[in-house]
Design a protein around this ligand. Structure first.
Ligand SMILES: [Zn+2]
Length: 231
């Protein structure tokens, strides 16, 4: 294998390796964190807090309504029980009953509102709970696929790393260094020559240079300085 084709193979291997490493990194990151599921879980936990507060508020009002009903019953028992005979006292008792009843009316209205609120939040929580359950089920499947992808990509990275090392070991130090220099400056160190043009800069390669490159000799493009490779 000519030096030019070994350099070209090195470049292809390094690109593949870079790509596979990035894929591995992304896969590991995705395995660690499911943004959509976390967001839905956060949303659910916020709704659960709101629901707990609404239920507490509702219970509080139910107790108050019960207390007021008991109070009214006590007052009525006194009013109609026959133990109180003083007309003034009876009038005052009746006024108390009316006053507590008015107060009770307001509380009952608030209780109805609180019940409506609880019901609305319960419905909302139900929707989000189902969504979280669906996302979790989907996530279990996705995790399996991601794990398979991760294992396969780790294998590929190991293989490409070995390949890269063995190509590097076959190269002499000066070619390896020059390759790194060009790669660092230009991103791509080895450019293919296609239809007489350097694919790195798209300029025509003089026939003499092109023929030397085709013979496997290591030559650099006169305009962009990349190694030329003829397939
Ligand atoms: Zn060029």
């Amino acid at each position: 294998m000519s030096l030019a084709s070994r350099l070209y193979r090195l470049q292809t291997t390094e690109f593949d390796l870079k790509h596979k490493r990035r894929l591995l990194q992304d896969t590991v990151a995705r395995l660690l964190h499911n943004a959509e599921l976390s967001a839905a879980e956060d949303e659910l936990s916020a709704i659960e807090s709101r629901l707990a507060a609404a239920r507490k508020q509702q219970r509080q009002l139910e107790w108050e309504v019960d207390d007021l009903n008991a109070k009214i019953k006590g007052l009525k028992d006194k009013l109609y029980g026959g133990t109180v005979r003083n007309p003034k006292e009876l009038v005052s008792l009746d006024q108390d009953v009316q006053s507590v009843k008015r107060y009770l009316g307001g509380k009952e209205e608030k209780l109805l509102e609180a019940m409506d609120t609880t019901e609305l939040i319960e419905a909302e929580a139900g929707t989000v709970r189902r969504r979280v359950a669906d996302l979790k089920a989907a996530w279990e499947q996705e995790k399996e696929q991601l794990q398979t992808l991760k294992d396969a990509t780790e294998g590929e990275v190991a293989h490409l790393t070995e390949m890269r090392l063995s190509i590097r070991n076959e190269l002499d130090a000066s070619a390896s260094q020059r390759y790194d220099q060009i790669a660092k400056a230009k991103g791509i160190a080895v450019a293919k020559v296609e239809q007489g043009r350097c694919k790195g800069c798209n300029l025509t390669v003089p026939a003499g240079l092109w023929q030397r490159a085709r013979a496997g000799e290591i030559v650099e493009c006169g305009s962009c300085g990349r190694f030329l490779y003829v397939d």
